[in-house]
Design a protein around this ligand. Structure first.
Ligand SMILES: Cc1ncc(C[n+]2csc(CCOP(=O)(O)OP(=O)(O)O)c2C)c(N)n1
Ligand SMILES: [Mg+2]
Length: 387
Protein backbone atom coordinates (compact mmCIF):
# COMPACT_ATOMS: atom_id res chain seq x y z
CA UNK A 1 0.00 0.00 0.00
CA UNK A 2 1.29 3.50 -0.78
CA UNK A 3 0.19 6.46 1.33
CA UNK A 4 0.70 10.03 0.20
CA UNK A 5 0.94 12.45 3.12
CA UNK A 6 0.58 16.24 3.03
CA UNK A 7 3.50 16.72 5.39
CA UNK A 8 3.01 20.52 5.61
CA UNK A 9 -0.65 20.38 6.55
CA UNK A 10 -0.74 20.03 10.31
CA UNK A 11 -0.33 22.74 12.95
CA UNK A 12 3.19 21.72 14.01
CA UNK A 13 4.26 20.57 10.56
CA UNK A 14 6.27 18.73 9.52
CA UNK A 15 7.51 17.17 12.78
CA UNK A 16 4.48 15.00 13.74
CA UNK A 17 3.70 14.19 10.08
CA UNK A 18 7.22 12.84 9.48
CA UNK A 19 7.34 11.00 12.80
CA UNK A 20 4.03 9.29 12.02
CA UNK A 21 5.21 8.41 8.52
CA UNK A 22 8.38 6.75 9.83
CA UNK A 23 6.39 4.74 12.40
CA UNK A 24 3.88 3.58 9.80
CA UNK A 25 6.58 2.54 7.38
CA UNK A 26 8.49 0.70 10.09
CA UNK A 27 5.60 -1.07 11.79
CA UNK A 28 3.24 -1.72 8.94
CA UNK A 29 5.64 -1.77 6.03
CA UNK A 30 3.57 0.70 4.03
CA UNK A 31 5.17 2.89 1.42
CA UNK A 32 5.01 6.58 2.34
CA UNK A 33 5.34 9.56 0.04
CA UNK A 34 5.85 12.83 1.91
CA UNK A 35 4.66 15.86 -0.04
CA UNK A 36 6.01 19.29 0.88
CA UNK A 37 9.04 21.55 0.84
CA UNK A 38 12.07 19.35 0.27
CA UNK A 39 14.40 21.69 2.21
CA UNK A 40 12.14 21.32 5.28
CA UNK A 41 11.30 17.64 5.00
CA UNK A 42 14.81 16.30 4.42
CA UNK A 43 16.31 17.58 7.72
CA UNK A 44 13.20 16.43 9.57
CA UNK A 45 13.47 12.93 8.06
CA UNK A 46 17.16 12.85 8.90
CA UNK A 47 16.28 12.93 12.62
CA UNK A 48 15.03 9.33 12.30
CA UNK A 49 16.79 6.18 11.29
CA UNK A 50 15.11 5.43 8.01
CA UNK A 51 17.60 3.04 6.46
CA UNK A 52 15.73 0.53 4.32
CA UNK A 53 12.31 2.15 4.93
CA UNK A 54 10.12 2.84 1.87
CA UNK A 55 9.86 6.61 2.43
CA UNK A 56 10.33 9.17 -0.31
CA UNK A 57 9.79 12.91 -0.69
CA UNK A 58 7.95 14.73 -3.47
CA UNK A 59 8.79 18.40 -3.50
CA UNK A 60 5.83 20.80 -3.48
CA UNK A 61 6.90 24.34 -2.64
CA UNK A 62 3.53 26.05 -2.84
CA UNK A 63 1.83 26.32 0.55
CA UNK A 64 -1.70 27.70 0.70
CA UNK A 65 -2.42 29.15 4.10
CA UNK A 66 -5.90 28.49 5.57
CA UNK A 67 -8.21 31.45 5.27
CA UNK A 68 -11.70 30.16 5.98
CA UNK A 69 -13.50 30.63 9.28
CA UNK A 70 -14.06 26.90 9.17
CA UNK A 71 -10.34 26.17 9.51
CA UNK A 72 -11.00 24.51 12.86
CA UNK A 73 -12.76 21.71 11.04
CA UNK A 74 -9.48 20.72 9.44
CA UNK A 75 -7.83 19.83 12.73
CA UNK A 76 -6.68 16.21 12.74
CA UNK A 77 -9.07 15.31 15.58
CA UNK A 78 -12.03 17.18 14.18
CA UNK A 79 -12.04 15.67 10.70
CA UNK A 80 -12.63 12.04 11.69
CA UNK A 81 -15.19 13.10 14.28
CA UNK A 82 -17.15 15.01 11.66
CA UNK A 83 -16.85 12.18 9.19
CA UNK A 84 -18.30 9.83 11.81
CA UNK A 85 -21.14 12.23 12.64
CA UNK A 86 -22.00 12.55 8.95
CA UNK A 87 -21.82 8.82 8.30
CA UNK A 88 -23.99 7.91 11.27
CA UNK A 89 -26.52 10.54 10.24
CA UNK A 90 -26.15 12.48 13.48
CA UNK A 91 -25.17 15.70 11.74
CA UNK A 92 -26.04 17.25 8.43
CA UNK A 93 -23.40 19.24 6.56
CA UNK A 94 -23.85 22.04 4.05
CA UNK A 95 -21.24 23.94 2.11
CA UNK A 96 -21.38 27.63 2.89
CA UNK A 97 -19.15 30.62 2.10
CA UNK A 98 -17.89 32.57 5.10
CA UNK A 99 -20.52 35.32 4.90
CA UNK A 100 -23.38 32.81 4.88
CA UNK A 101 -21.78 30.86 7.73
CA UNK A 102 -21.50 34.07 9.78
CA UNK A 103 -25.12 34.86 9.06
CA UNK A 104 -26.18 31.40 10.18
CA UNK A 105 -24.09 31.74 13.32
CA UNK A 106 -25.72 35.05 14.08
CA UNK A 107 -29.14 33.50 13.61
CA UNK A 108 -28.25 30.60 15.91
CA UNK A 109 -26.96 33.00 18.55
CA UNK A 110 -30.24 34.93 18.43
CA UNK A 111 -32.21 31.71 18.73
CA UNK A 112 -30.08 30.66 21.65
CA UNK A 113 -30.62 33.98 23.39
CA UNK A 114 -34.37 33.66 22.80
CA UNK A 115 -34.44 30.16 24.17
CA UNK A 116 -32.42 31.29 27.20
CA UNK A 117 -35.06 33.94 27.77
CA UNK A 118 -37.79 31.32 27.37
CA UNK A 119 -35.99 29.10 29.87
CA UNK A 120 -35.80 31.98 32.32
CA UNK A 121 -39.50 32.66 31.89
CA UNK A 122 -40.24 28.98 32.40
CA UNK A 123 -38.16 28.92 35.57
CA UNK A 124 -39.99 31.99 36.84
CA UNK A 125 -43.37 30.39 36.05
CA UNK A 126 -42.27 27.25 37.88
CA UNK A 127 -41.17 29.31 40.88
CA UNK A 128 -44.53 31.11 41.01
CA UNK A 129 -46.36 27.82 40.55
CA UNK A 130 -44.46 26.22 43.41
CA UNK A 131 -45.11 29.21 45.67
CA UNK A 132 -48.80 29.02 44.84
CA UNK A 133 -48.87 25.29 45.39
CA UNK A 134 -47.38 25.80 48.86
CA UNK A 135 -50.14 28.32 49.62
CA UNK A 136 -52.79 25.84 48.43
CA UNK A 137 -51.27 23.20 50.68
CA UNK A 138 -51.33 25.62 53.62
CA UNK A 139 -55.06 26.06 53.12
CA UNK A 140 -55.64 22.32 52.59
CA UNK A 141 -53.84 21.72 55.89
CA UNK A 142 -55.99 24.08 57.97
CA UNK A 143 -57.92 22.15 60.64
CA UNK A 144 -60.55 24.59 61.83
CA UNK A 145 -62.72 23.85 64.87
CA UNK A 146 -65.44 23.35 65.79
CA UNK A 147 -66.53 23.40 62.14
CA UNK A 148 -64.10 22.65 59.29
CA UNK A 149 -63.08 25.33 56.80
CA UNK A 150 -64.22 25.16 53.20
CA UNK A 151 -60.58 25.10 52.08
CA UNK A 152 -59.86 21.89 53.95
CA UNK A 153 -63.02 20.30 52.54
CA UNK A 154 -61.81 21.15 49.04
CA UNK A 155 -58.39 19.68 49.87
CA UNK A 156 -59.81 16.41 51.16
CA UNK A 157 -62.06 16.07 48.12
CA UNK A 158 -59.17 16.81 45.77
CA UNK A 159 -57.09 14.13 47.50
CA UNK A 160 -59.80 11.46 47.40
CA UNK A 161 -61.62 12.18 44.12
CA UNK A 162 -59.02 10.54 41.87
CA UNK A 163 -57.35 11.94 38.76
CA UNK A 164 -60.12 10.94 36.38
CA UNK A 165 -63.02 12.30 38.41
CA UNK A 166 -65.18 15.25 37.36
CA UNK A 167 -65.66 18.02 39.91
CA UNK A 168 -68.69 20.15 39.17
CA UNK A 169 -69.94 23.38 40.74
CA UNK A 170 -71.65 26.64 39.84
CA UNK A 171 -72.42 29.16 42.57
CA UNK A 172 -71.80 30.44 46.07
CA UNK A 173 -68.41 30.91 47.68
CA UNK A 174 -67.16 27.72 46.02
CA UNK A 175 -66.31 28.92 42.47
CA UNK A 176 -63.81 31.48 43.76
CA UNK A 177 -62.27 29.03 46.22
CA UNK A 178 -62.12 26.17 43.73
CA UNK A 179 -60.59 28.45 41.13
CA UNK A 180 -57.76 29.15 43.56
CA UNK A 181 -57.45 25.79 45.25
CA UNK A 182 -58.49 22.92 42.99
CA UNK A 183 -55.52 20.97 41.71
CA UNK A 184 -56.83 19.96 38.32
CA UNK A 185 -55.46 16.70 37.00
CA UNK A 186 -57.20 16.61 33.68
CA UNK A 187 -58.54 19.11 31.12
CA UNK A 188 -62.04 17.81 31.85
CA UNK A 189 -61.58 17.43 35.59
CA UNK A 190 -62.84 20.91 36.54
CA UNK A 191 -66.38 21.76 35.49
CA UNK A 192 -67.57 25.16 36.67
CA UNK A 193 -70.52 27.12 35.40
CA UNK A 194 -68.70 30.43 35.46
CA UNK A 195 -70.90 32.19 32.89
CA UNK A 196 -73.82 33.07 35.15
CA UNK A 197 -72.78 31.22 38.29
CA UNK A 198 -76.35 30.02 38.26
CA UNK A 199 -77.53 28.49 41.53
CA UNK A 200 -79.29 25.23 40.83
CA UNK A 201 -77.08 24.24 37.91
CA UNK A 202 -75.04 21.88 40.08
CA UNK A 203 -77.09 18.69 40.39
CA UNK A 204 -78.73 19.02 36.97
CA UNK A 205 -75.33 19.77 35.43
CA UNK A 206 -73.84 16.78 37.24
CA UNK A 207 -76.51 14.56 35.73
CA UNK A 208 -75.48 15.72 32.25
CA UNK A 209 -71.78 15.23 32.99
CA UNK A 210 -72.35 11.69 34.24
CA UNK A 211 -74.43 10.86 31.15
CA UNK A 212 -71.60 12.16 28.97
CA UNK A 213 -68.91 10.27 30.91
CA UNK A 214 -70.59 7.30 32.63
CA UNK A 215 -67.31 5.64 33.56
CA UNK A 216 -66.05 8.58 35.58
CA UNK A 217 -66.97 9.58 39.14
CA UNK A 218 -68.89 12.86 39.17
CA UNK A 219 -68.57 14.91 42.36
CA UNK A 220 -71.17 17.67 42.53
CA UNK A 221 -70.33 20.34 45.08
CA UNK A 222 -73.43 22.18 46.14
CA UNK A 223 -74.04 24.84 48.79
CA UNK A 224 -77.05 24.67 51.08
CA UNK A 225 -78.52 27.73 49.33
CA UNK A 226 -78.16 26.20 45.86
CA UNK A 227 -79.51 22.88 47.12
CA UNK A 228 -82.66 24.61 48.36
CA UNK A 229 -83.05 26.33 45.03
CA UNK A 230 -82.86 23.21 42.85
CA UNK A 231 -82.24 19.65 43.98
CA UNK A 232 -85.11 17.87 42.26
CA UNK A 233 -82.85 16.30 39.64
CA UNK A 234 -81.69 13.99 42.40
CA UNK A 235 -84.93 12.14 41.73
CA UNK A 236 -84.07 11.85 38.04
CA UNK A 237 -80.64 10.55 38.94
CA UNK A 238 -82.17 7.89 41.20
CA UNK A 239 -84.85 7.01 38.64
CA UNK A 240 -82.40 6.68 35.74
CA UNK A 241 -79.65 5.05 37.78
CA UNK A 242 -77.23 7.84 36.86
CA UNK A 243 -74.97 7.81 39.86
CA UNK A 244 -73.83 11.11 41.34
CA UNK A 245 -71.79 11.91 44.41
CA UNK A 246 -73.30 15.10 45.77
CA UNK A 247 -71.23 16.90 48.38
CA UNK A 248 -73.44 19.33 50.27
CA UNK A 249 -71.58 22.00 52.21
CA UNK A 250 -73.96 23.42 54.75
CA UNK A 251 -72.84 26.77 56.17
CA UNK A 252 -76.35 27.75 57.12
CA UNK A 253 -76.89 30.44 54.54
CA UNK A 254 -75.26 32.43 51.80
CA UNK A 255 -71.61 32.62 52.77
CA UNK A 256 -70.63 34.32 49.52
CA UNK A 257 -73.26 37.03 49.61
CA UNK A 258 -72.67 37.42 53.36
CA UNK A 259 -69.02 38.16 52.73
CA UNK A 260 -69.86 40.53 49.88
CA UNK A 261 -72.39 42.31 52.05
CA UNK A 262 -69.82 42.59 54.86
CA UNK A 263 -67.25 44.05 52.47
CA UNK A 264 -69.79 46.72 51.54
CA UNK A 265 -70.50 47.58 55.16
CA UNK A 266 -73.90 45.89 55.13
CA UNK A 267 -73.34 43.41 58.00
CA UNK A 268 -74.26 40.27 56.06
CA UNK A 269 -77.92 41.25 56.12
CA UNK A 270 -80.38 38.54 55.07
CA UNK A 271 -77.77 35.91 54.32
CA UNK A 272 -78.32 33.57 57.27
CA UNK A 273 -80.99 30.92 57.63
CA UNK A 274 -82.39 32.34 60.89
CA UNK A 275 -85.75 33.46 62.19
CA UNK A 276 -86.40 37.22 62.11
CA UNK A 277 -86.01 39.08 65.40
CA UNK A 278 -88.42 41.95 65.96
CA UNK A 279 -89.34 41.75 62.31
CA UNK A 280 -85.69 42.04 61.20
CA UNK A 281 -83.37 39.39 59.74
CA UNK A 282 -80.24 39.32 61.88
CA UNK A 283 -76.89 40.14 60.34
CA UNK A 284 -73.41 39.42 61.65
CA UNK A 285 -73.85 41.73 64.64
CA UNK A 286 -76.25 39.24 66.21
CA UNK A 287 -73.44 36.65 66.35
CA UNK A 288 -74.75 33.37 67.75
CA UNK A 289 -77.71 35.04 69.43
CA UNK A 290 -80.03 33.89 66.68
CA UNK A 291 -82.64 31.21 66.25
CA UNK A 292 -81.45 29.09 63.35
CA UNK A 293 -83.96 27.57 60.97
CA UNK A 294 -84.01 23.81 61.42
CA UNK A 295 -83.28 22.47 57.95
CA UNK A 296 -82.51 18.77 57.74
CA UNK A 297 -80.71 18.41 54.43
CA UNK A 298 -79.87 14.76 55.04
CA UNK A 299 -83.49 13.87 55.64
CA UNK A 300 -84.50 15.88 52.60
CA UNK A 301 -82.09 14.01 50.30
CA UNK A 302 -83.08 10.68 51.83
CA UNK A 303 -86.74 11.49 51.13
CA UNK A 304 -85.84 11.78 47.44
CA UNK A 305 -84.42 8.26 47.42
CA UNK A 306 -80.73 9.00 47.78
CA UNK A 307 -78.17 7.18 49.83
CA UNK A 308 -77.08 9.77 52.40
CA UNK A 309 -74.01 10.01 54.62
CA UNK A 310 -73.95 12.62 57.37
CA UNK A 311 -70.60 13.80 58.65
CA UNK A 312 -69.44 15.84 61.61
CA UNK A 313 -65.67 15.67 61.48
CA UNK A 314 -63.21 15.87 58.64
CA UNK A 315 -62.37 12.20 59.21
CA UNK A 316 -66.08 11.32 58.77
CA UNK A 317 -66.06 13.30 55.58
CA UNK A 318 -63.00 11.57 54.11
CA UNK A 319 -64.49 8.15 54.96
CA UNK A 320 -67.80 9.24 53.39
CA UNK A 321 -66.06 10.25 50.15
CA UNK A 322 -64.46 6.81 49.90
CA UNK A 323 -67.76 5.08 50.69
CA UNK A 324 -69.59 7.20 48.11
CA UNK A 325 -67.07 6.24 45.44
CA UNK A 326 -67.68 2.58 46.20
CA UNK A 327 -71.48 2.95 46.35
CA UNK A 328 -73.59 1.86 43.39
CA UNK A 329 -76.13 4.68 43.60
CA UNK A 330 -76.44 8.40 44.04
CA UNK A 331 -74.98 9.38 47.36
CA UNK A 332 -75.36 12.70 49.13
CA UNK A 333 -72.70 13.63 51.69
CA UNK A 334 -73.77 16.33 54.12
CA UNK A 335 -71.30 18.27 56.25
CA UNK A 336 -71.55 21.57 58.09
CA UNK A 337 -68.71 24.04 57.62
CA UNK A 338 -67.68 27.46 58.86
CA UNK A 339 -69.52 30.41 57.31
CA UNK A 340 -66.97 33.11 58.12
CA UNK A 341 -63.56 31.58 57.53
CA UNK A 342 -62.59 32.35 53.94
CA UNK A 343 -59.77 31.93 51.45
CA UNK A 344 -57.83 35.22 51.02
CA UNK A 345 -58.50 37.53 48.06
CA UNK A 346 -54.80 37.90 47.10
CA UNK A 347 -55.07 41.57 46.13
CA UNK A 348 -57.97 40.97 43.75
CA UNK A 349 -60.90 43.32 43.94
CA UNK A 350 -64.52 42.79 42.97
CA UNK A 351 -66.07 45.96 41.62
CA UNK A 352 -69.50 45.90 43.27
CA UNK A 353 -70.91 49.38 43.73
CA UNK A 354 -71.48 50.58 47.30
CA UNK A 355 -74.61 52.67 47.96
CA UNK A 356 -73.85 56.36 47.55
CA UNK A 357 -76.46 57.31 50.13
CA UNK A 358 -76.86 55.42 53.38
CA UNK A 359 -77.58 56.14 57.01
CA UNK A 360 -75.18 53.39 58.09
CA UNK A 361 -71.73 54.79 59.02
CA UNK A 362 -70.18 51.44 57.98
CA UNK A 363 -71.56 51.88 54.44
CA UNK A 364 -70.45 55.52 54.26
CA UNK A 365 -66.95 54.43 55.26
CA UNK A 366 -66.79 51.70 52.61
CA UNK A 367 -68.14 54.12 50.00
CA UNK A 368 -65.10 56.36 50.55
CA UNK A 369 -62.81 53.36 50.06
CA UNK A 370 -64.79 52.27 47.01
CA UNK A 371 -64.42 55.68 45.36
CA UNK A 372 -60.68 55.57 45.96
CA UNK A 373 -60.43 52.11 44.42
CA UNK A 374 -62.60 53.10 41.49
CA UNK A 375 -60.53 56.23 40.77
CA UNK A 376 -57.40 54.14 40.95
CA UNK A 377 -58.90 51.63 38.53
CA UNK A 378 -59.97 54.36 36.10
CA UNK A 379 -56.54 55.92 36.32
CA UNK A 380 -54.71 52.71 35.49
CA UNK A 381 -57.05 51.51 32.77
CA UNK A 382 -59.05 54.30 31.13
CA UNK A 383 -62.16 53.12 29.37
CA UNK A 384 -62.34 53.73 25.59
CA UNK A 385 -64.84 56.50 26.31
CA UNK A 386 -62.32 58.36 28.45
CA UNK A 387 -59.45 58.17 26.03
C1 LIG B 1 -80.04 31.70 40.25
C2 LIG B 1 -79.19 32.55 41.12
N1 LIG B 1 -79.75 33.41 41.99
C3 LIG B 1 -78.98 34.21 42.77
C4 LIG B 1 -77.62 34.15 42.67
C5 LIG B 1 -76.77 35.08 43.52
N2 LIG B 1 -76.04 34.27 44.51
C6 LIG B 1 -74.78 33.88 44.27
S1 LIG B 1 -74.19 32.93 45.48
C7 LIG B 1 -75.62 33.00 46.34
C8 LIG B 1 -75.75 32.24 47.61
C9 LIG B 1 -75.36 30.80 47.46
O1 LIG B 1 -75.53 30.14 48.67
P1 LIG B 1 -74.91 28.71 48.89
O2 LIG B 1 -75.28 27.84 47.76
O3 LIG B 1 -75.28 28.24 50.24
O4 LIG B 1 -73.34 28.96 48.80
P2 LIG B 1 -72.43 29.77 49.83
O5 LIG B 1 -72.53 31.19 49.41
O6 LIG B 1 -72.94 29.56 51.20
O7 LIG B 1 -71.06 29.25 49.62
C10 LIG B 1 -76.53 33.81 45.69
C11 LIG B 1 -77.88 34.12 46.21
C12 LIG B 1 -77.09 33.25 41.73
N3 LIG B 1 -75.76 33.14 41.56
N4 LIG B 1 -77.86 32.46 40.98
MG1 LIG C 1 -74.28 28.19 52.01
Amino acid sequence: MRIVVDAMGSDAHPQPDVEGAVLAAREYGVEIVLVGKQEVLEPELAKHSTAGLPISIVHAGQIIETHSISAGLDYPGAGPAHAWLARTGRAHYEHAPDAAAMQALDHEATQLAASTEALQRRAEAQRLHDAWDAEVQRIYDIRLAPLPSQGELIGALNDVAGPDAIMLNAAGSMPGDLHKLWRATHPKNFHLEYGNSCMGYEIAGGLGAKMAAPARDVFVIVGDGSYLMLSSELVTSVQEGVKLIVVLWDNHGFKSIGSLSRSLGLDGFGTRFVRPQDGMLAGDAAGDAVEPLQIDFAMNARSLGCHVIECVTRADYVAALHAAKAADRTTVIVIKNDRLHGVPGYESWWDVAVPEVSELPSVQEVRVQYEKMRDCLLYTSPSPRDS
